[in-house]
Write a protein that binds this ligand. Structure first.
Ligand code: GAR
Length: 212
């Protein structure tokens, strides 16, 4: 079983999708060891507690800078012997040390088809505002490994979602979550835990079942 931790900052609907997929055994070979929140107020913590998953808070407001904050998370993950880290609505950019300690072991979900509508300052509802302002007709979500450059790591899975006439950022956000994020994030986690992801440079090869 691959010991896995999910990092959260907010409502935690992606965490809920992971918890549900674990319950229905759609994610294989994965042990959810911890949910770690950057704030004590995240509703994601309640979701984890309801599912009897241990929760921890590493409060971003108690640290002077990003380096000390992410060092504290590294210490916690090492204490718990975590192999795979999942960013599910975790809204802070990790330090270069974090990325190198967990190279190709951190999976992020981003609510657009990367490389469109991503990068610094492009997160949460802002992404959907930018999508609507640009006028594209298709958007979606991307699950990817985290590298030192924001939203630029190797892509694991993507799913397209239609932009419809009359969409607001909130309506589009919900459709992208339902039709894309909540499906591809649990799938990406399972593929990793089954040993079916092979990374060569920035290309992620998905091995067939039994090939791993
Ligand atoms: C999700 O849409 C996720 O893709 C996005 O924040 C939302 C968190 O919702 N993440 C980013 O924009 C990261 N760049 P949730 O807490 O309900 O899962």
């Amino acid at each position: 079983m691959v010991k896995t931790a999910v990092l959260v900052s907010g409502g935690g609907t992606n965490l809920q999708a992971i918890l549900d997929a674990l319950l229905f055994e759609e994610i294989k070979n994965c042990e959810l060891t911890a949910v770690i929140s950057s704030t004590p107020n995240a509703y994601a913590l309640v979701r984890a507690q309801n599912a009897k998953v241990p929760t921890y808070v590493v409060d971003v407001n108690l640290f002077p800078n990003r380096r000390t904050f992410t060092d504290a998370i590294i210490d916690k993950l090492r204490d718990l012997d975590v192999e795979l880290v999942v960013l599910a609505g975790f809204l802070y950019v990790l330090s270069p040390r974090f990325v190198s300690v967990f190279e190709n072991r951190v999976i992020n979900i981003h609510p657009s088809l990367i490389p469109a509508f991503c990068g610094d300052g492009c997160y949460g509802l802002h992404v959907h505002e930018k999508v609507l302002a640009y006028g594209v007709k298709v958007t979606g979500a991307t699950a990817h490994f985290v590298s030192e450059v924001t939203d630029a790591g190797p892509v694991i899975a993507q799913k397209a979602v239609e932009v419809k006439e009359g969409d607001t950022p909130e309506i589009l956000q919900r459709r992208v979550m339902e039709e894309a994020e909540w499906q591809i994030l649990p799938k990406a986690i399972s593929l990793y835990c089954e040993g079916r992801l092979k990374v060569e440079g920035r290309i992620v090869h998905v091995l067939e079942e039994g090939e791993a």
